[in-house]
Design a protein around this ligand. Structure first.
Ligand code: SF4
Length: 218
């Protein structure tokens, strides 16, 4: 069993994250932030990525989805949530929430793909956090919907199970946070779609959106 990073490594990562935070704060808009992310070499993922995957969407939309990290197709295309999981997320937005993809902003905790789609490491998350924090400030959504445990624990800055975090509305810095399952998990376990729909309805209530009957999934 491999040991996690030592305290010295974590302290070094935090110091480096402080430098990234300065760079991120100096970006006045999302386009500039994306350029700075594209040049980031703070962690080893910069050596294996095809490109950074910044986001899909524009500033000042009401809803921001935050996933975990780019996968193979996202790394190739430079966009988050493409493929089957992306189609399911689009269905949640358009058939469930009755919004358009233009009404939502989609990003990930990590901007570079972990090899073989492994989980993000603690060091990688600490180093990449300032980019996401600034992204949230610039998008300025009313509701953030973290997708899956990695995103939920990261956004809420707590260590807890997905089961204990989803199903309720959290308040973070004046924003509402409504965690739900990652679409890739819903594809593996469709029985969880009903719970996801309950979470989405909570988010819709925060947004003042009327809740239609549960959509049929394709
Ligand atoms: S994952 Fe984040 S911190 Fe690591 S190189 Fe990519 S942008 Fe930089």
């Amino acid at each position: 069993m491999s040991a996690g990073p030592g305290s010295a490594a974590l302290a070094a990562a935090d110091a480096k994250a402080g430098e990234i935070r300065e760079l991120a704060l100096a970006a006045g808009d999302l386009a500039e932030l994306a350029r700075r992310v594209a040049a980031c070499t703070a962690c080893a993922l910069c050596r294996t990525r095809k490109q950074t995957v910044f986001a899909d969407g524009r500033a000042k939309v009401p809803v921001m989805f935050v996933g975990e990290a780019p996968g193979e197709q996202e790394d190739l295309q430079g966009l988050p949530f493409v493929g089957r999981a992306g189609q399911l997320l689009t269905d949640i937005v358009t058939k469930g929430m009755r919004l358009s993809r233009d009404d939502v902003y989609i990003a990930n905790v990590l901007k570079c793909r972990p090899p073989d789609n492994r989980d993000p490491t603690e060091l990688e998350k600490r180093l990449c956090t300032p980019w996401l924090d600034r992204q949230i400030e610039l998008v300025d959504p009313k509701v953030i919907i973290p997708l899956g445990r990695h995103a939920a624990t990261h956004v809420l800055k707590v260590e807890a199970s997905m089961g204990s975090l989803r199903g309720r509305v959290h308040v973070l810095g004046g924003r509402k946070v409504v965690p739900t399952y990652h679409p890739a998990y819903l594809l593996r376990d469709p029985s969880k779609k009903a719970d996801c729909w309950k979470d989405i309805q909570l988010a819709m209530a925060e947004l003042g959106l009327a809740s239609p009957p549960r959509p049929t999934s394709s």
